[in-house]
Design a protein around this ligand. Structure first.
Ligand code: F6P
Length: 533
């Protein structure tokens, strides 16, 4: 099957993507329209036979069986013995979902109701700080306890009608310093977001925030909330149980923004808009579970990814939202995709037979065009691009500017596919140069083209649409992981660095010497200590 795909890749290596459009209906046939969105993957070198072979991978690896197992609460996170049920958090009007014979939905609904009540109280001014109505909310968390709500809070800025929302994640004191400097402790709510309540960055920042608040506020614990399952630890930190919002071990960190980890977002946009976000995610779940593979948006997004990375060997993937408020989407997807599918061992403990997931990176357009697109167009490596664009913006009176944004987005995918050959390039410089100089100048203006891209177009970045987009990417990661035989839901690869950082702290503090360390590490400690650390 993989050999068949590699054979197809080799056989069509010189084919121009553009030539595929000679077939009538190419664009329509290699697109999926669902839930009001359009996913167009026609500007890739995938033809009908290749798509069939890719879909055969889904059958061979029983992705449907694994998908149904996930939704039904089976413990598909096998290395940790856990179910994977972030979908239950958005199962607003669905039926029961059982784990170990117990329906988890009553608990999910109860927590959502508690979040709603608390968010309403903060937004209405019923919940106050020592100095009155809450003006600022600081979410302290890292990884999945930060990236999701931070990304979504920026994405949904036009829907904010609650207090200002800030996000602190880095243990670098600069991060918390700059946020605290902008807030009044007497009217600030601090949300400590940590599933485990042990993550060193989060707990260090939480203590710093508490010390800051204690300088002004008599009962700082009263202006703290926690998003965590570790009740003893939240209590020991001084946060009353009524402001602790827990979630079960079947919600992975990078999949957690649909539940309590989304509290800061809910406070910013309100319970109704937050529910619309959940409804969007749920709609994508229904689509993923019911659409045939050739009309299934997450499955096809995944297969395009597999074609580009594991079959063609393109090691990176650029995510290019032509939607400035999705500026944090690439960072969010870096964790979602790279922490999920950056594994070298398959579920059964064998070395992975194929490459692991790709390097994901990106920036919003049009900014990226004036930075790294040069390499995408003319560099020696092929970088598959994923464009995202909304039909409509949120800025009345500036519709012409939004249309200019759209034109730029579409122009990039067109330019990547078509390129510019030497003849056309000569035409660009003819008249300015002649002879050898004309040839030399023309060569610099050649674009090889034939560079693949996909485009996801959607009506408007509202809460429901954002929910659809995020769930789309979650399921894409699931499908890629299932095809590759990866457990997408553990993250052992982050452990070693954490352990070594803990061991290095006393060395950096000067309480232990660096003699047991390698020469480079010892030298760096020496330099940093000699210069002020
Ligand atoms: O970096 C590893 C990780 O465990 C992520 O998976 C997680 O999102 C993050 O740390 C934060 O964990 P916690 O919510 O327990 O603080």
């Amino acid at each position: 099957m993989w050999d068949d795909l590699k054979g197809k890749a080799a056989a069509n290596a010189d084919r121009r993507i553009e030539a595929l459009f000679d077939a009538p209906g190419r664009a329509r046939d290699f697109s999926v329209s669902a839930l009001g969105m359009l996913f167009d993957y026609s500007k890739t070198n995938i033809d009908g036979a290749t798509r069939d072979a890719l879909i055969a991978l889904l059958e061979k690896t029983d992705v449907a069986g694994r998908r149904d197992a996930m939704f039904s609460g089976a413990k598909i996170n096998e290395t940790e013995g856990r179910a994977v049920l972030h979908t239950a958090l958005r199962n607003l009007d669905g039926g029961p979902v059982t784990v170990d014979g117990q329906d988890v939905m009553p608990g999910v609904r109860n927590t959502l109701k508690r979040m709603d009540t608390f968010a309403d109280a903060v937004r209405s001014g019923e919940f106050t700080g020592q100095g009155g109505r809450i003006t600022d909310v600081i979410n302290i968390g890292i990884g999945g306890s930060d990236l999701g709500p931070a990304m979504a809070a920026k994405a949904l800025a036009p829907y904010h009608d609650g207090p200002r929302c800030h996000f602190v994640s880095n243990v670098d004191p600069a991060d918390i310093h700059d946020v605290l400097a902008a807030c009044d402790p007497a009217t600030t709510l601090v949300i400590v977001a940590s599933k485990t309540f042990t993550t060193i960055e989060t707990m260090t920042n939480a203590r710093t925030a508490k010390a800051w608040m204690s300088e002004t506020v008599k009962d700082p614990g009263a202006q703290f909330a926690a998003l965590s399952s570790a009740e003893e630890k939240t209590a020991a930190f001084g946060i009353a149980p009524e402001r602790v919002f827990g979630f079960e071990d079947w919600v992975g960190g990078r999949y957690s923004m649909w539940g309590p980890i989304g509290l800061s977002l809910m406070i910013a946009i309100g319970g109704d808009a937050f529910r619309a976000f959940l409804r969007g995610g749920q709609a994508m779940d229904t689509h993923f579970r019911s659409a045939a593979w050739h009309e299934n948006m997450p499955a096809l997004l995944a297969l395009v990814g597999i074609w580009h990375n594991q079959v063609l060997g393109h090691a990176t993937r650029a995510v290019l939202p032509y939607d400035n408020r999705l500026a944090r989407l690439p960072a969010y997807l870096q964790q979602l995709e790279m922490e999920s599918n950056g594994k070298r061992v398959s579920m059964d403990g064998e070395d992975l037979a194929h490459e692991s997931g790709p390097v994901v990176w990106g920036e919003p357009g049009t900014n990226g065009q004036h930075a790294f697109y040069q390499l995408i167009h003319q560099g020696t490596r092929v970088i598959p691009c994923e464009f995202l664009v909304a039909a409509e913006g949120h800025e009345p009176g500036l519709e012409h500017q939004h249309r200019l944004l759209i034109a730029n987005c579409l122009a990039q995918s067109e330019a990547l596919m078509k390129g510019r050959d030497l003849d056309e390039a000569r035409g660009k410089v003819a008249g300015k140069f002649e002879g050898d100089e004309l040839e030399r100048q023309a060569k610099h203006r050649v674009f090889p083209g034939n560079r693949p891209s996909t485009t996801l177009a959607y009506p408007k970045l509202d809460p429901e649409t954002l929910g659809k987009i995020i769930a789309l990417y979650e399921h894409r990661v699931f499908v890629e992981g299932a095809v590759l035989g990866i457990n997408s839901y553990d993250q052992w690869g982050v452990e070693l660095g954490k352990e070594l950082a803990t061991a290095l702290q006393p060395v950096v503090d000067g309480d232990e010497d660096a003699s047991g360390k390698d020469g480079s590490t010892a030298q760096l400690v020496g330099y940093l200590r000699a210069n002020g650390a």
